[in-house]
Design a protein around this ligand. Structure first.
Ligand code: 5GP
Length: 176
């Protein structure tokens, strides 16, 4: 058990299991992108540990860049929208791989994907450490998924609870 702020979390997925699964994803990416020069687009803050573990095992020539999403901005037509902040690379004709921590409802990823696609990359694929299939509201095509998990709140391995817990080397879950 681990306590962060006012909540106590139970062990969920161990560091060993996380790392061996990420190594499998790296192997898949190595095969899929052989002879190409992919651009990894890491979505901060949550994906930082997943991204570093993933790319450590990728010997391909590749580039890695980091972006953030703005907090929600309301517009009349679309409701809540999060914009990409900090993207300096040209994506035109690039093979882009988005690295995200978790896809929950899919709304964030759906918006991000639309913004990326508007920049005319050659291909875009998504790598996410976690996916909650039961929570999905907007279907997105997830090419590389670390773990499908139940619809419960998790923390650790980059994911936070109210700013804390990102440094934990394993995943923890809020008991039901
Ligand atoms: P979506 O738009 O897919 O509903 O939300 C994605 C974002 O919600 C993630 O990038 C993450 O910041 C946050 N999120 C969703 N589920 C969890 C969770 O179980 N734990 C944590 N720490 N963040 C979550």
């Amino acid at each position: 058990m681990i306590t962060i702020h006012d909540k106590t979390f139970s062990p969920f997925i161990s560091r060993d299991l996380i790392e061996s699964r990420i190594a499998e994803l790296s192997t898949q990416i190595n095969t899929d992108y052989e002879g190409r020069n992919p651009l990894f687009l890491v979505v901060l803050n949550g994906a930082f540990l997943f991204a570093s573990e993933l790319v450590k095992n990728i010997p391909l020539t590749c580039e890695i860049t980091f972006v953030r999403l703005s907090s929600y901005a309301q517009t009349e037509s679309t409701g809540k929208v999060r914009q990409i902040i900090g993207l300096e690379e040209k994506l035109t004709d690039r093979d882009v791989i988005i690295i995200e921590d978790i896809v929950d409802t899919g709304l964030t990823m759906h918006q991000l994907l639309q913004q990326i696609q508007a920049l005319a990359p050659r291909t875009v694929e998504i790598a996410t450490l976690l996916h909650k299939p039961e929570a999905i509201k907007k279907a997105v095509d997830l090419r590389y998924v670390g773990f499908e998990i139940p619809n419960r709140f998790v923390v650790g391995y980059g994911l936070d609870y109210d700013g804390a817990g990102r440094n934990l080397d394993a995943l923890y879950v809020l008991p039901e």
